[in-house]
Design a protein. Structure first.
Length: 496
């Protein structure tokens, strides 16, 4: 009898699906385990790398053992977040000592300028030492430009020529404006002594040409003729030719040795005594023109001109690089198409005009003070043309000239401004400033430390230097005195 065959068993579809899912789950568990092992190895590697990095930075990281070093946190941020500084960090124990007998005129490295000039009296060795320390800390080159002592006799000779030129200017302006001579004067922004046009600019309507300028200035009779049949030099040309001939300008003498410059140049239409012209005003004017002439003599593309009593942002190189690339330039040649950029300024609301392609940059409104400004070669030529015009040279404080040019420029007809943008000066201001006056010693020009204007830096180079060498004291910290808010704070923040 035949045994019946057993039918073959076939797994139902659900069973096959469950089995496949079980296998897949097992594979996932295996992969996850392998990944955890790999992650653990990677995490161990990362933790070790972080520990190594922290060990490298431990000297700069603030801690209870380094609470006495106020610069520790700044160094930590620089090492971990900021791009490398071009110079040595303040706090480098290998910084070379610079002493009063170090008469070198050039220190280390560039700052994005062809030159950095420092206007300084040769006798102020203390200030030159301070500026060398700043240059060393920032790793920049500086070249000193000698200022003139306000007591030198040629300063009084200049004052006599200014008095003469003012009389001629009064005649020209009174005639052009149809007003009495007594109406000409004043030393505020827009001063009659500085404006390049004798007529009333606000009444000018042409959209194609600038207002008429002053006629050729009469020759200075004491100046020698350059050649037969050649017109004699005016008084500024005579002064400049002597300066170029080995510094012979110092041989110039006033008609009286006891000349009272302040009385001679007193302007009855100016009610603020601080604006009146005296020997210090003239010597400062002279020094600034020497610095601008040096820019042209050295063929600089751009230059930074500093006074010798300034403090500078520690990160000024990076900040200036980001600013300069936003300033106008010729699209074809790449050459700068601006004249002046005020890295430092005072007494002006330089934030009033809109930001110019950069959060720190504004078209200048009325920047006063010349303790820190950048200039192009074009700007140096244009400024010297105004500063050394015999009709206006040395007739006011030198820092009144650019604000006055900007003031007059803004009064020109809109159509003319569109056809000839910025015909007198193209000027920008950095807000807040990158260069401020220190106000830590007596002024060379007036009693005390000068005006009450102060500026505050985010990261002071002078503070870094002094904290590093242990000379920083509480006297250096800004003191809040109710009722004596400095003008810089008031103008930025309004009533306080």
């Amino acid at each position: 009898m035949a045994v019946p065959r057993q039918p073959s068993w076939t797994a139902p579809p659900r069973f096959r699906l469950a089995l496949a899912a079980l296998v897949a789950l097992s594979l996932l568990v295996l992969v996850a385990q392998l990944a955890r092992d790999a992650d653990a190895d990677r995490a161990t590697t990362l933790r070790q790398a972080a520990a190594d990095r922290l060990a490298q930075l431990s000297h700069y990281l603030p801690s209870s053992s380094r609470d006495s070093d106020p610069l520790a946190y700044r160094r930590f941020l620089e090492r971990t977040a900021a791009p490398p500084h071009s110079g040595s960090t303040a706090g480098n124990s290998t910084r070379a000592a610079l002493t009063d007998d170090d008469d070198r005129e050039t220190e280390r490295g560039p700052l994005g300028f062809s030159h950095v000039y420092v206007l300084s009296l040769p006798s102020r060795t203390d200030r030159r030492r301070d500026m060398r320390q700043i240059a060393h800390a920032l790793d920049i080159d500086i070249e000193f430009v000698d200022a003139a002592n306000k007591d030198e006799p040629f300063i009084k000779w200049i004052a006599e020529r200014v008095a003469e030129s003012r009389e001629l200017r009064r005649d020209e302006m009174a005639k052009a404006r149809g007003v009495p001579r007594s109406r000409i004067g004043g030393l505020k922004i827009g001063s009659d002594w500085v404006t390049p046009f004798p007529g009333n600019v606000s009444a000018w309507t042409s959209s194609t040409a600038l207002p008429p300028s002053f006629p050729p200035f009469p020759p200075y009779e004491a100046a020698p003729s350059l050649a037969k049949g050649t017109r004699k030099q005016n008084w500024v040309q005579h002064l400049e030719s002597l300066h170029s001939a080995g510094g012979r300008h110092t041989s110039l003498r006033p008609s009286r040795a006891d000349l009272d410059v302040a009385a001679l140049l007193f302007d009855k239409r100016e009610h603020l005594a601080v604006r009146q012209v005296h020997e210090g005003i003239i010597s400062t004017f002279w020094g600034q023109t020497r610095a601008l002439k040096r820019v042209l003599e050295n063929g600089d593309r751009t230059a930074l001109i500093l006074e010798d009593d300034v403090d500078v942002e520690w990160d000024v190189a990076r900040l200036w690089a980001s600013i300069e690339r936003r300033l106008p330039r010729d699209a074809a040649t790449g050459e700068p198409e601006w004249d002046v950029a005020f890295l430092g300024h005072c007494w002006g609301g330089e934030y009033q005009k809109p930001q110019y392609l950069h959060p720190l940059v504004h078209r200048s409104t009325g920047p006063m003070c010349l303790h820190g400004y950048a200039v192009t070669s074009r700007g140096a030529r244009r400024l010297l043309a105004h500063l050394l015009s015999p009709w206006s040279a040395f007739s006011s404080a030198v820092d009144l000239v650019i604000p006055t040019l900007l003031h007059v420029q803004d009064q020109l007809p809109a159509a003319l401004a569109r056809a000839h943008p910025h015909p007198l000066a193209s000027s920008f201001s950095i807000v807040p400033p990158l260069v401020v006056q220190r106000k830590d010693g007596p002024s060379d020009l007036q009693t005390g430390t000068g005006s009450p204007w102060r500026g505050v830096l985010r990261d002071s180079t002078v503070e870094r230097i002094k904290r590093d060498d242990g000379s920083w004291t509480d006297d250096w910290d800004d003191q809040y005195v109710p009722g004596r808010i400095d003008p810089a704070t008031q103008i930025r923040c309004g009533p306080v």
